[in-house]
Ligand binder design. Structure first.
Ligand SMILES: [Zn+2]
Length: 340
C-alpha cells in the first residue's frame, strides 16, 4: 500500500490485493475540494478496507464528505461500507450502474437465456457457469441501500466535473478536476492494459459504441494527466485512444472474419485473439469476459448493419460488409462523425 500526491489537490492511494489475485492492485484517490472538504474516488478491495481506513486516519483524515464510485466492480466498491461508516461519506454511483447490476443479475438468475444460453450450454460447463454466476451476483449484491444516484452525461460539482463514460460498464463515471486539469479515469482507459467492454442486457445499450464515444468525451477535456484505477498514469491520451480504437478494430475484423458468410456467437468468440490465450483454455471467469466482450462487438456490427442476425437457436449471424467498411466506420467514430 502506498500513498502519493499526484497534483496540488489529488492524492493517490495504491492498494495491493493480499492474495495477489487479479487485478493485483487498484488505485483510489483522495481529493481536497472547496473549504477543505475531502472526497474520495473508489474504495478498493473488501480485503484492503481496514488498511485503507488506517492509512487515511494516520494521514489525519477525519471526514470524507462524498465517495464517488467510478463503477460497481468489487475492486472499486469493496471498501465502500467502511468509508461510509468511518468517515461519514455519502456514496454516489451513476444510476445506469444500478440498472446494469439489476439487469445482469436477473439475466444470470434466469440462466442467461436468449443469446448466450446456446453458447454457455455447449462451451461452458455447468460448474463453470455456477462459478461465473456466484462471482457476478456477489458484486451485484454489494451495493448498499443508501446510495446517491448520479444522472445525466455531465454534472458540475464545484471544482469537479463528473462525466458519464459508459462502455466498461453502463454507468461508468470519470472525474475531472478543473483546477489541476487532472482526470481520474477509473477503468475507462488504462496505460498498459485494455478494458473489458462488457455486455449488459439493457434495451438499446451498445457497449462498444458507448466505449469509443466515452474516450472521445474525455479526450476533449484537455487533461494534463490521466490517473487510472490500475497501473501508471497516461500522459499521451490521444495516442492511447488511437491504440484502443485499433485494438477494437482488430477485434471487429476478427469477429466479422469468422462469418464466412455465416456463423454463430461461438465462431466469433473463438476467432478473436484473447490476450490470455485460446478461448477453450481460458478460466471460467475469463471465458465469461471473452463472451461478454464478443457480444459487445457483435451488437456494434449489427447496429451498423455490418452483420445481420437470423432467428433460431443458436442465433446465426451473416456478414454484410467487407473489412474496409469496418475500418471506415471506425475512422468516422474516431473523427466524431455520426454513424448509424
Ligand atoms: Zn477495476
Amino acid at each position: 500500500m502506498s500513498l502519493r500526491d499526484v497534483s496540488d489537490h489529488v492524492t493517490q492511494v495504491q492498494l495491493e490485493h493480499p492474495q495477489g489475485k487479479y487485478p493485483v492492485s487498484v488505485n483510489v484517490y483522495l481529493l481536497s475540494v472547496d473549504e477543505g472538504h475531502q472526497i474520495m474516488i473508489d474504495s478498493g478491495f473488501r480485503s484492503t478496507s481496514d488498511d485503507l481506513i488506517n492509512l487515511l486516519k494516520a494521514e489525519g483524515v477525519r471526514e470524507i464528505t462524498d465517495l464517488i464510485i467510478t463503477h460497481a466492480h468489487p475492486d472499486h466498491t469493496g471498501g465502500m461500507e467502511s468509508v461510509q461508516r468511518v468517515f461519514g461519506a455519502r456514496a454516489h454511483v451513476h444510476e445506469r450502474e444500478l440498472l446494469g447490476l439489476r439487469s445482469i443479475g436477473s439475466f444470470l438468475d434466469a440462466g442467461a437465456e436468449g443469446i448466450i444460453s446456446p453458447v454457455l450450454s455447449n462451451h461452458i460447463r455447468r460448474t463453470e457457469f455456477d462459478e461465473i454466476k456466484a462471482m457476478i451476483l456477489g458484486y451485484v449484491r454489494i451495493m448498499p441501500e443508501t446510495i446517491y444516484l448520479i444522472s445525466g452525461h455531465r454534472r458540475d460539482l464545484g471544482c469537479l466535473t463528473l462525466l458519464h463514460t459508459p462502455g466498461h460498464t453502463p454507468g461508468h463515471t470519470a472525474v475531472f478536476d478543473k483546477r489541476d486539469k487532472v482526470l481520474i479515469s477509473g477503468d475507462l482507459i488504462l496505460a498498459d492494459d485494455t478494458s473489458n467492454v462488457a455486455f449488459y442486457p439493457i434495451q438499446g445499450y451498445d457497449p462498444l459504441l458507448s466505449y469509443l464515444e466515452s474516450m472521445r468525451v474525455v479526450e476533449g477535456l484537455g487533461s494534463r494527466c490521466v490517473y487510472t484505477s490500475h497501473g501508471d498514469p497516461i500522459t499521451n491520451l490521444s495516442e492511447r485512444i488511437d491504440q484502443q480504437f485499433l485494438h477494437h478494430q482488430r477485434r471487429l475484423l476478427e469477429a466479422i472474419g469468422s462469418l464466412q458468410p455465416r456463423g454463430t456467437l461461438i465462431d466469433v468468440v473463438r476467432n478473436i485473439s484473447w490476450s490470455k490465450g485460446r478461448f477453450d483454455e481460458l478460466s471460467a471467469i475469463d471465458k465469461w469476459l471473452a463472451i461478454s466482450e464478443a457480444i459487445s462487438h457483435v451488437i456494434f456490427l449489427e447496429n451498423r448493419g455490418l452483420i445481420v442476425r437470423s432467428s433460431g437457436s443458436p442465433l446465426v449471424y451473416e456478414r454484410r460488409a467487407d473489412e474496409n467498411r469496418v475500418r471506415e466506420v471506425m475512422r468516422a467514430i474516431r473523427r466524431g462523425s455520426s454513424v448509424t
